[in-house]
Design a protein around this ligand. Structure first.
Ligand code: AHM
Ligand code: MG
Length: 339
């Protein structure tokens, strides 16, 4: 049977004209090519001198790993000259990166977390790249793009995806017509479709959360997790399993494939005090999870309905199994009313 490459899939989607404009197709192909290059760099590890930290910190005050910087540069270099973009924004850069005047400009905005799960790089666990594509507002035609132009809610995304660099390199993508998975055929150098119109399994008893943060959780999150830890002996009446990779791409990919729920909640009940970033992590992952039949909230409201107020804004994340996300969100609301 003929294998469906990413290119072939995208061309087929483009034929359905209003589903995928040509410019967006070429943009996605460019991002996918950059992810292939990042996959090769990650794979070289110590042999490619890509491991370890730099002396620099990113805008969030986090120590940058060499690969954070290498992957960021690769994505900028690959995408700046194609003519599909007006500007880019990255978790690793303080402000936006407008397309230089020497290159043609396009109508899209690209946002990315070049290496997600950076703490795993040096110990050979899965890391990944997360990306999100927005349309530049019409109002910015003829003037320079600003940070405000990027502050669009998650439902405005026209495409989102992630690449995961693990035992296999995998690209998961949605352009709003379902979720598709492509595996990198390393010998041939092509992304080959390995799962189509993915629907995440529901009703699975598995949760992912960093338990060491328990003291900082809100009462709703603590209640949800405590009940699951009690297992068959508690109010759930069944045993739950727990996994935490500390790499959102790996945890979300597992949930997409075999169900469950992922949580990186607000640290306490002050909105805004959270770890994950709305524009580079929460929005694209929520878009994919909703497309796959799951749900995503910040513990209170759907993430895709959150109104961004800053490029590097952080947000609580509860995503995956629809019914479980509803329980967490209901517990959060109940605790809020009781307080
Ligand atoms: P990063 O993008 O700087 O790597 O941070 C995001 C990562 C997520 O991939 C993961 O879910 C989380 O941070 C893990 O955090 P922790 O080490 O606190 O468990
Ligand atoms: Mg990162």
């Amino acid at each position: 049977m003929a294998r469906t490459t990413l290119t072939r899939f995208l061309i087929e989607q483009q034929r359905k004209a209003d589903v995928l404009p040509g410019e967006l197709r070429l943009l996605i192909e460019t991002v996918a090519r950059a992810c292939k290059t990042i996959s090769h760099s990650v794979g070289k590890g110590a042999l490619g001198e890509v491991l370890g930290s730099l002396d620099s910190e990113n805008v969030q005050g986090e120590v940058q790993k060499k690969l954070d910087v290498i992957a960021n540069e690769l994505l900028l270099d690959a995408n700046e000259w194609g003519g599909h973009l007006a500007a880019m924004a990255s978790e690793e850069m303080e402000t936006i990166y407008p397309i230089p005047n020497r290159y043609p400009k396009g109508e899209y905005l690209l946002l990315f977390d070049p290496i997600d799960g950076s703490s795993n790089i040096d110990v050979d666990l899965s890391v990944g790249t997360i990306f999100s594509v927005l349309r530049a507002p019409e109002a910015c035609a003829g003037r320079d793009v600003t940070e405000e132009d990027f502050l669009q809610g998650g439902r405005s995304q026209v495409a989102a995806g992630y690449a995961i660099y693990g035992p296999q390199s995998i690209l998961v993508l949605s352009i709003g017509t379902g979720v598709y998975e492509f595996t990198l055929d390393r010998e041939v150098g092509s992304w080959i479709m390995t799962d189509a119109d993915m629907k995440m399994p529901q009703g699975k008893c598995e949760f992912a959360i960093n338990m060491s943060n328990r003291r900082q959780w809100s009462p709703g999150i603590a209640r949800y997790v405590d009940e699951r830890v009690l297992g068959a002996a508690g109010p759930c009446g069944k045993d739950y399993n727990m996994r935490w990779t500390a790499s959102m791409v790996a945890d979300v990919h597992r949930i997409l494939k075999r169900g469950g729920i992922f949580m990186y909640p607000y640290d306490d009940r002050t909105p805004g005090k959270a770890k994950l970033r709305l524009m580079y992590e929460a929005n694209p992952m929520s878009y994919l999870i909703e497309q796959a039949g799951g749900a995503a909230t910040d513990g209170f409201i759907p993430i895709l309905d959150a109104e961004p107020t800053a490029l590097h804004q952080r947000i609580g994340v509860v995503l995956g199994d629809k019914a479980e996300v509803e329980i967490v969100t209901a517990y959060g609301r109940e605790a809020e009313v009781a307080a």
